[in-house]
Design a protein around this ligand. Structure first.
Ligand code: EPU
Length: 425
């Protein structure tokens, strides 16, 4: 299992580039199931979750080729789902990555059947998929849960009006992908407005889908008989970009985060400005300058355009070194404070009461051995380690590799001291 060793205390300086967004790449890879023609994707980030999704699609019969290695290390892929052999997503893969459930909508829409494992437990919360199932049933699918699997069948899905009980990102994406090939019009109300949903819609439209309102809470999809091949570039990762902004906010320095798109990061930028960090829109992306310790900030996570739950741990690391007390409330997941115990090992003063964390800045952090527990928790620990005095060792870095492309190389290029140790099993 890989570990990071981080020597804290160096300010960050220079330029860093953001890769393609994990949470856009995963549904868009699944969109290749909707057509028998090739879907060619660029800016595909090199992440463990992307490899897992490629493995799942390949196992189902999608032919995946690397068309080119981009100069920035990302890949251009061609996905060709013309001869599918297994319309199934097995437990072994779904349990390692919940986003595997995104094959359900497209498989059912194009082939009329799907067998997808129920995801089961998850570190950050219960995360059921009842809304995905409810929406597909409203579109006429017959769905049974058998032996831990979602077994879905439909001769052809029919358009329907669906109101989701809560805002769900992958739920909206699954239903949108199902609706593009349904007969008639589907309306998804209370839809997720996340930029990744919009990027998926953009790709689907390139493939011939008729979608209106992506990016609002009402998405209207007029079903078509078939979709064709297309080319699409995955949007830049706003969470990776936000993670670099937080790293500079905590460690200090002056960095340009290239490809970062400020219009998708409004809530994070606003919080960091409240913390006294200078954030400027520049031609390449976002320039972030931090010369003093951050000021405290209060926030609640919320669906887009609110503050992303995927930024909570990184902002908490900033709050841990701020000059006063911050109050942070997590509203999306029930158990997304697992980084708190580990931040405390670095000297952070954090009390948790239910969904709220009270973070008292002031005390300096000092390096220690800590353990990554999930993807964004790991990013929070890396940020705290960049400021802590002495050396921090972070175990279980595989969590970080799920969603960050070569994080240590990118950080070292802007002056951080991070090294990876690979232990052979
Ligand atoms: N929910 C239900 N029933 C459902 C669907 C969702 O109760 O059928 C609940 C969830 O349990 C949660 C809330 O609704 O409490 C929102 O969950 P959502 O469905 O939006 O989450 P998701 O689609 O499973 C995506 C991202 C997550 C991100 C969340 C929230 C992908 C592949 N994953 O998950 O990303 O935290 O939206 O923005 O897009 C990450 O990248 O680290 C990550 C966890």
């Amino acid at each position: 299992m890989d570990r990071f060793q981080i020597l804290g205390g160096s300010p960050l300086q220079g330029e860093v580039s953001v890769s393609g967004a994990k949470n856009a790449a995963l549904p868009i890879l699944c969109a290749s199931l909707l057509t028998a023609e090739p879907l060619v994707l660029s800016n595909v980030p090199r992440l463990r979750d992307v490899s897992t999704m490629k493995k799942l699609l390949a196992q189902m019969g999608t032919r995946i080729e690397t068309v080119a290695q981009q100069p920035d290390g990302q890949e251009q892929l061609s996905l060709h789902s013309d001869a599918m052999t297994h319309l199934q997503a097995p437990y072994e893969l779904v349990k390692t990555m919940r986003a595997s459930v995104l094959v359900l909508g497209p498989m059912l829409a194009r082939f009329g059947e799907a067998l997808v494992s129920l995801p089961g437990g998850c570190a950050i919360g219960q995360r059921p998929v009842d809304q995905h199932i409810k929406g597909l049933a409203a579109m006429g699918a017959e769905i049974r849960i058998e032996h831990g699997y979602i077994k879905a069948q439909a001769r052809r899905l029919r358009g329907a009006r669906i109101v989701t009980d809560m805002v769900t990102v992958t739920g909206t994406e699954n239903l949108m992908m199902a609706a593009v090939l349904a007969e008639g019009t589907t309306v998804i109300d209370n839809a997720a407005r996340e930029p990744e949903v919009v990027d998926l819609a953009r790709c689907l439209v390139r493939m011939g889908a008729r979608i209106e309102g992506a990016g609002t809470d009402r998405i209207v999809i007029h079903g078509v008989d078939r979709l064709g091949g297309a080319q699409h570039a995955i949007m830049a990762d706003r969470i990776e970009a936000g993670t670099f902004l937080c790293a500079v906010a905590a460690a200090g320095g002056d960095v340009v985060v290239c490809q970062a798109q400020p219009d998708m990061m409004g809530a994070t930028i606003e919080k960091l400005r409240e913390a006294g960090v200078l954030i400027q829109e520049v031609a390449q992306g976002i320039r972030v300058v931090a010369s003093d310790r951050p000021k405290p900030m209060n926030f609640r996570t919320a669906p887009f355009p609110g503050l992303a739950t995927d930024m909570q741990a990184q902002l908490m690391a900033v709050a841990a070194v701020a000059t006063g007390t911050s109050i942070i409330t997590e509203t999306i997941f029930e158990n997304r404070f697992m980084h708190v115990q580990e931040l405390r090992r670095l000297g952070a003063d954090i009390e948790v009461d239910g969904h709220t964390a009270v973070v008292k800045g002031g005390a300096g952090l000092s390096g220690a051995r800590v353990m990554a527990t999930d993807l964004r928790a790991s990013a929070g620990l890396v940020i705290a380690a960049l400021v802590a005095s002495g050396e921090t060792e972070i175990d279980r870095i595989y969590h970080l590799d799920r969603g960050y492309d070569r994080m240590e190389q990118k950080l070292c290029a802007i002056g951080a001291r991070v090294s990876r140790t690979t232990e052979k099993a």
